[in-house]
Design a protein. Structure first.
Length: 267
C-alpha cells in the first residue's frame, strides 16, 4: 500500500499521522527529494527518509508536530557529527513535516431526544460523531419510530458516523480516547451515568460532560465516591453540562452542550 493511501486510511479512521517529505537536497544524502515517511503519535513509522540519527530527529519532530498541530521545515547538514550533525554523508537536506489530524470526535452516550439533537448539531459543526445507547429499541430512544439501522447515516444526513447499541464497555472496546474526543452523557438516569463514568474517566478523553440538574450530579458523584472512584477524576466532569442559555427544547439543549464543548476545545 502506498504511503499516501496509508495516510488517508489512518486519518479517515481517526488516527493522527504526520508526513515527512524530503523537499530539497544537495551533494551526498541518503534519500532524494520526494522521499516520504509517516510518523504516528507513538513514534512508529512507515517509510523512510534515510535512517540513522537524522531520521530519529525527524521522527521526534513528527511526534511534536502531532502534539502542537504545526508544520515545520527541518534543515540538516550531514557533515560533522562532532559538531552535532546527524550524519557524515557530506550533503544537506531539507524535510517538510506536516501533521494530518482527523476530525475531532463527539461521543454521545444516550441516543434519545437530546442525544439525537446533539449528534445532528455536532455533525453539522464538522465533528465525527459516535453515538451509543444500551437499549435495543433505538427507534424508541430516537422518539420517531425510525429503523435503528437507518440512523447510522450518510455524510450530510445529520446521523452519527457510527452507532453502537450496547453498554459503555461495548462502546469502548478496541478504542483509544484521546484529547480530541469529547464525551457527552445525555442518558436517562443516575444509574446509567454511574455505570458509565468510571470507564470513561479512565480514558484520555479531553472532555466529559453529564446532563442533568445539580442535584442529579450530586447524587451521581456521591454514589461514585462511595464506590471508590477517585474524587480528582470526578473533578474532570462538566456537570450540569452546557452553557446556560435558558434552554428547554432538545435542540436548544444541544446548542448549549456543543457551545461548551467548543469553548473547552478552544481554551
Amino acid at each position: 500500500m502506498s504511503l499516501l493511501r496509508q495516510l488517508a486510511r489512518a486519518v479517515d479512521g481517526g488516527v493522527a499521522v504526520a508526513s515527512a517529505t524530503v523537499v530539497d537536497t544537495s551533494r551526498s544524502v541518503p534519500r532524494r527529494a520526494g522521499a516520504k515517511m509517516l510518523v504516528f503519535r507513538d513514534g512508529s513509522i512507515s517509510g523512510t527518509v534515510g535512517g540513522g540519527e537524522m531520521e530519529a530527529r525527524v521522527v521526534a519532530e513528527g511526534v511534536a508536530a502531532l502534539a502542537d498541530g504545526r508544520c515545520r521545515l527541518l534543515s540538516y547538514r550531514l557533515v560533522d557529527p562532532v559538531r552535532g550533525d546527524p550524519g557524515v554523508c557530506g550533503g544537506d537536506v531539507q524535510i517538510f513535516v506536516e501533521p494530518h489530524m482527523p476530525k475531532p470526535t463527539v461521543m454521545v452516550i444516550g441516543y434519545g431526544h437530546v442525544g439525537r439533537a446533539v449528534a445532528q448539531l455536532a455533525h453539522w459543526l464538522g465533528f465525527r460523531v459516535v453515538a451509543s445507547d444500551d437499549r435495543a429499541g433505538m427507534d424508541d430512544a430516537a422518539g420517531d419510530g425510525e429503523d435503528p439501522d437507518s440512523l447510522e447515516g450518510e455524510p450530510g444526513s445529520g446521523a452519527p458516523d457510527e452507532l453502537v447499541v450496547g453498554s459503555v464497555d461495548d462502546l469502548l472496546a478496541g478504542r483509544t480516547l484521546d484529547a480530541d474526543v469529547s464525551v457527552v452523557l445525555v442518558t436517562r438516569n443516575v444509574d446509567v451515568d454511574s455505570a458509565a463514568l468510571p470507564a470513561l474517566l479512565a480514558t484520555g478523553a479531553g472532555y466529559v460532560g453529564v446532563m442533568g440538574s445539580e442535584r442529579r450530579w450530586a447524587t451521581t458523584r456521591a454514589r461514585l465516591e462511595a464506590g471508590g472512584t477517585d474524587p480528582a477524576a470526578l473533578d474532570r466532569v462538566h456537570a450540569p453540562i452546557g452553557i446556560e442559555v435558558g434552554a428547554e427544547t432538545p435542540e436548544e439543549i444541544a446548542l448549549s452542550i456543543m457551545a461548551e464543548v467548543i469553548a473547552h476545545r478552544r481554551t
